[in-house]
Design a protein around this ligand. Structure first.
Ligand SMILES: [Zn+2]
Length: 57
């Protein structure tokens, strides 16, 4: 294992015995999907769609 100097890290783990991919974004958000394409779209859509820092009304 080597550490990256940047915090821009996407991590995707595959859960053995299942078809489920568990992704962790560098912002700390997590997402599970059976579709790797959907997972990457979720990653690439950062920060849209999964980052909500409070509600502004
Ligand atoms: Zn994110």
């Amino acid at each position: 294992m080597s550490s990256s100097p940047t915090g821009e890290i996407y991590r995707i783990d595959w859960l053995p015995g299942t078809d489920i991919l568990h992704g962790t974004c560098h912002c700390g958000r997590e997402h599970s999907s059976q579709d790797p394409i959907e997972m990457w779209e979720w990653m690439l859509s950062h920060p849209q769609g999964h980052q909500s820092t409070g509600n502004s009304s």
